[in-house]
Design a protein around this ligand. Structure first.
Ligand code: SER
Length: 844
């Protein structure tokens, strides 16, 4: 049975609009990941955005519960039903139907579509929810309805947000299969399995914990696909269902070990974690040292350590990407599009961790020997810091031994490290005066940005702040100004700030703090609150910035077209004289690829397409195919910029027509971090300057080469070098004057050209017994080198004595040594003395 389809079709037949799954990284700063089906609809529940029409929706939402309020990471593998990644089927009513209808729909679906036997079903309600208790009795006997408190029957999305009492449907997997002391309704055993949670959304919890009623009571339900699938397939663990077994079989094949449920936690961990890794990577989260990327790293490293237990010593997780895409790619088509990229990222991360895991595990085992109850926080920190073991991985390893880590010590060391990093941070401008910003916000609200339409305006000074963001009543010198209306664009979305003038006072920077647009000025005259002044941006700079910004859109489009749709923006910087664009791509770009991208962007420029700017709802924008960044937080109404074939959500300032960009040159391509590449480029006047510099360099090269044909000139030079090298080699081979005394070949000479060290080697190779000392004058200094083979002399002593006569020093091994001298006039004397010394030594 295709449960996803059955569910969505059922609720569509009840007037619900089917909504595709939203990204795992939600448009909500209070959450790390989308952790429930209702997350994308939060603003509708709270009334921030209007109710949709129809006011009911249904979805199959991908969710991650690893970090944040709902974190299941530690349990995964050890229980039958915890996952870091799962799919939640849900139906939602936004102030439309409420408890009665929600319960009746759920009952109909469970009993008539899923056809679960009624005598196996139980439900729970909140202990104070008499209404739900009454309604359920229309469907199920009173004895099968249990009442529980907040812990079990009150649901909230995070520390803040919509919430309410809930009612859950349970499936009894049979006393014959589960009979521990915990196998009763409300117990911790596996016999009674919760399959569906109906939340009666009535409140919104604010940061201080208070509950306020939602504008309209609503419904949010969530049914775990994995659990229902397992029940329908008659399995007692989600991992035994057809969603996971093909992955487990593949792991088994790769490690050549049989999967046995009782001892198979490692198989289950890997099967679960590869799913979250694939989904997160395809949606733009990549391995990182912090934030969401670090959660992803923790997930993968936890799996790798379990892989290690199964005997994997080389990357293997990336080999599981195919099976995940095969199982889920029909429903989530983007998986197949990014498959190769995901494999590469996982393989690279595996290599990074596998290079340290062995040593880390050795250190862990060593410390284990000294551990009674609490594992050392210092060692856990060392494992984290040096061997890349996230703390929860160490904890996971200890859990198997029933041990705990000294978390307090770990945290102290972590904090100390952070403090050290902070202390060594040379940056300035710590904006810690949020108190004053908040006062300004309350007093004036956010000030208006008029800079899309205007480059100058008359406006009033609302507030002034000193360099430390303290409110002041007048300003002379440097400080921040809040204008009632401002044409100055504040740095955001990678676009750098406008500069310009407030009357005659120079504006050096513009930044946004808590929604306030503030300009940093160097006031040459006294500025006072309520002064009306003329604000004027440096239009030439703004134009240049706009040209570079528009070019990043064209570049983004060209990258996706040429390299593939796995490319997504990972950061950008737009300035008046350059642009920088970071994007996901597994390897360095070839010369051909770069040429192709540069050419494509220039083609789009030449097409002279008018820029089309529209404002629309985020939903409409996404539907229109506009590129939005997975990790970016957007307002409900967004600006969509169409430039030729490129269409992106963007709040920046742009050209009116692509032709204004002029021309585009890639200056550099480089790597930023694993899987992230960077292109730096210039357009317009900066491009002219770039090309002019290149031409100047070429002119200088011609001049230097005395040849207008640079290539030919360089070729000639190269040939000359080859010839000279050849000559040099031959001169090395030139016969040295030498004589034989008592079977030892002796040579003491001054050499003009050639490599004297190589000559010494040659000489020693030629004779079975040899003593040689050569000198060479170069740039006013004497280079000495000596070699001794099977003779009663030391090369180190020979060069030292000669060097001393020449006012220098040196020495070395007995068989070979070099030295330097300064006084070239004494060279003959030095050589003569050396020869005497050698002859005497050999004659005796
Ligand atoms: N939000 C509730 C849950 O996640 C129901 O969808 O359980």
């Amino acid at each position: 049975m295709d449960i996803r389809k059955a569910y969505l079709d059922f609720f569509a037949s009840k007037g619900h609009e089917i909504t595709p799954s939203s990204p795992l990284v939600p448009d909500d700063a209070t959450l790390l990941f989308t952790n429930a089906g209702m997350v994308p609809f939060k603003s509708i529940f709270t009334g921030e955005i209007p109710r949709p029409n129809p006011p009911r929706k249904t979805s199959c939402q991908t969710c991650i519960r690893a970090g944040g309020k709902h974190n299941d990471l530690d349990n995964v593998g050890y229980t039958a039903r915890h996952h870091t990644f799962f799919e939640m089927l849900g139906n939602f009513s936004f102030g439309d139907y409420f408890k009665e209808q929600a319960i009746s729909y759920a009952w109909e679906f469970v009993t008539q579509i899923l056809k679960l036997p009624k005598d196996k079903l139980y439900v729970t309600v909140h202990q104070d929810d008499d209404e739900a208790f009454e309604i359920w009795q229309k469907h199920i006997e009173k004895e099968r309805i249990y009442k529980f408190g907040d812990k079990d029957n009150f649901w909230q999305m995070g520390d803040t947000g919509p919430c309410g009492p809930c009612s859950e449907i349970f499936y009894d997997q049979g006393a014959e299969n589960f009979n521990s002391d915990e196998d009763y309704m409300g117990g911790d055993g596996d016999r009674f399995l919760e399959i569906w949670n109906l939340v009666f959304m009535q409140y919104e919890r604010s940061a201080d914990g208070t509950l306020s009623p939602l504008p309209k009571p609503s419904i949010d339900t969530g049914m775990g696909l994995e659990r229902v699938m397992a029940i329908k397939e008659g399995k007692f663990s989600n991992f035994d269902s057809s969603l996971f077994m093909p992955i487990i079989d593949e792991i088994s094949k790769l490690c050549k070990k049989e999967y046995i449920y009782e001892s198979g936690a490692s198989f289950r961990v890997i099967a679960d974690h590869i799913r979250s890794s694939v989904f997160l990577l395809t949606q733009g989260t990549n391995f990182d040292k912090e934030g969401r990327g670090y959660v992803l790293r923790r997930i993968l490293r936890r799996a790798l350590r379990h892989g290690y237990l199964l005997g994997f010593k080389k990357p293997f997780m990336y080999k599981l990407v195919d099976i995940v895409c095969h199982l889920m790619g029909d429903h989530y088509t983007y998986l197949n599009e990014k498959k190769e990229f995901v494999k590469e990222q996982i393989r690279l991360e595996e290599e990074r961790f596998l290079s340290t895991i062995e040593n880390g595990i050795e250190i862990f085992n060593e410390e284990l020997k000294n551990t009674q109850e609490i594992f050392s926080g210092e060692v856990a920190f060392k494992l984290y810091d040096t061997y890349g073991f996230p703390l929860d991985l160490t904890q996971d390893m200890l859990r198997e031994k029933n041990l705990k880590v000294d978390e307090e010590k770990f945290e102290t060391l972590m904090q100390e490290q952070k403090d050290r990093a902070k202390a060594s941070w040379k940056g300035s401008g710590s904006k810690n005066a949020s108190g004053d910003f908040k006062i300004l916000l309350e007093k004036f609200g956010e000030n208006e940005f008029v800079g899309y339409e205007k480059i100058e305006c008359e406006t009033k000074i609302l507030a002034l702040l000193d360099e430390n963001f303290k409110e002041i009543s007048s300003l002379k010198g440097k400080g921040w100004v809040m204008l009632e209306k401002t044409p100055f664009y504040a740095t955001s979305g990678g676009q750098s700030a406008d500069v310009g003038f407030l009357d005659d006072c120079e504006v050096l920077d513009t930044q946004k703090f808590f929604g306030l647009n503030l300009s940093f000025v160097n006031a040459s005259k006294e500025l006072k609150i309520n002064d009306v002044i003329k604000a004027k941006i440096d239009f030439e700079k703004r134009e240049q910035i706009a040209r570079h910004h528009s070019a990043t859109h064209l570049l983004h489009h060209a990258l996706r077209e040429i390299l593939g749709s796995h490319v997504s923006q990972a950061g950008s910087l737009v300035e008046f004289n350059k642009l920088r664009f970071d994007f996901t791509h597994p390897k360095a770009l070839s010369k051909e690829e770069l040429e192709c991208i540069e050419k494509r962007v220039n083609e789009m420029i030449i097409l002279s397409s008018d820029a089309v700017l529209e404002t629309m709802s985020l939903d409409e924008a996404k539907k229109s195919g506009a590129i939005a960044l997975f990790n970016e937080k957007y307002q409900d109404n967004v600006r969509v910029l169409t430039l030729g074939e490129s269409k992106e959500l963007c709040g920046g300032t742009h050209v009116l027509n692509t032709a204004q960009i002029g021309s585009f040159y890639i200056v550099k391509e480089s790597g930023v971090s694993a899987g992230i590449r960077r292109i730096e480029a210039v357009v317009s006047k900066a491009a002219l300057k770039f090309v002019k510099n290149q031409l100047d360099e070429i002119a200088k090269a011609k001049e230097e080469l005395k040849n207008n044909d640079i290539l030919n000139g360089v070729k000639k030079l190269k040939n000359e070098i080859i010839t000279l090298k050849e000559e040099l080699k031959n001169s090395n081979k030139a016969e040295l004057k030498s004589k034989n005394i008592n079977g030892v070949q002796i040579c003491v000479e001054s050499i003009q050209n050639g490599d004297i060290k190589a000559m010494i080697d040659d000489f020693k190779n030629k004779f079975s017994k040899a003593v040689i000392l050569l000198a060479q004058v170069k740039e006013g200094k004497v280079l000495l080198a000596a070699g001794v083979k099977e003779a009663p002399l030391k090369a180190g002593v020979l060069v030292k004595e000669a060097a001393q006569i020449l006012g220098g020093n040196g020495g070395g091994r007995d068989d070979f040594a070099t030295a330097g001298g300064k006084d070239t006039t004494k060279l003959d004397e030095a050589l003569k003395q050396s020869l005497d010394h050698i002859e005497k030594a050999i004659q005796c």
